[in-house]
Write a protein of this length. Structure first.
Length: 215
């Protein structure tokens, strides 16, 4: 599986550098695992979806967010007020999933969890990755973090692209997202300052380790 017949880069100029990276790194007979990393609100999910649409039936998105710890567990651990921080995920479980996707045993379909914002919980087995899938796109905040189990993510990926946008636009997107899912404006702004922005500063520390920065 070498991701043949990639779309013409001119069909989506913004994705052209990413398509070129895929073409350069593809190895015959090997599934490609691409990581998209960036701060909250940077547009990782949007880029992932555009890439999937350009490769219909051949690519699947497996978000890191499916490995959020359950709200009940966060409450037990006293971390509910920091949901989204590195220690509020099952990072070891996420690494184990990537390892299974890397191996893609013959005839095996790998099932991954999906985070549902309307529930604020992960749903197990919601994403099916068939053996025939050529490109797995995993997107999330901490793909380049080196601490704890997160350090096992990068070696399993063929390439990592850091998504970067203008900070004020990113913060506006976050505000709109939080309000769309039930927070009032004051609560949304407080969450951005207390949780999203500290996480964004941590994520940015890994930017130099990315193979490509897409702005």
């Amino acid at each position: 599986m070498t991701i043949p017949h990639l779309p013409d880069p001119q069909s989506d100029p913004q994705l052209a550098p990413l398509l070129a990276l895929l073409a350069a790194r593809a190895v015959p007979g090997r599934r490609f695992l691409l990581g998209l990393v960036g701060a909250p609100g940077a547009g990782k999910s949007t880029v992932a979806e555009r890439l999937v649409q350009s490769l219909p039936g051949r690519a699947v998105v497996v978000p890191m967010d499916g490995y959020h710890l359950a709200n009940s567990e966060l409450a037990r651990l006293g971390r509910a007020g920091r949901k989204g921080a590195p220690d509020t995920f099952d990072s070891a479980g996420y690494v184990a999933l990537l390892a299974r996707l890397r191996q893609h045993a013959a005839g095996e379909t790998v099932y991954a969890p999906q985070y549902r914002r309307e529930l604020e919980e992960g749903v197990a087995g919601a994403i099916a990755v068939a053996e025939s899938v050529e490109l797995v796109i995993t997107e999330g905040n901490y793909l380049l973090l080196e601490q704890d189990h997160w350090g096992g993510v990068r070696p399993l990926l063929d390439a990592v692209c850091y998504i970067d946008i203008e900070p004020d636009l990113r913060r506006r997107r976050l505000l709109e997202r939080h309000m769309r899912f039930g927070r009032d404006e004051a609560d949304a702004r407080a969450w951005i300052e207390s949780t999203d922005e500290p996480n964004a500063r941590l994520i940015e520390q890994g930017r130099a380790r990315a193979d490509l920065v897409l702005g």
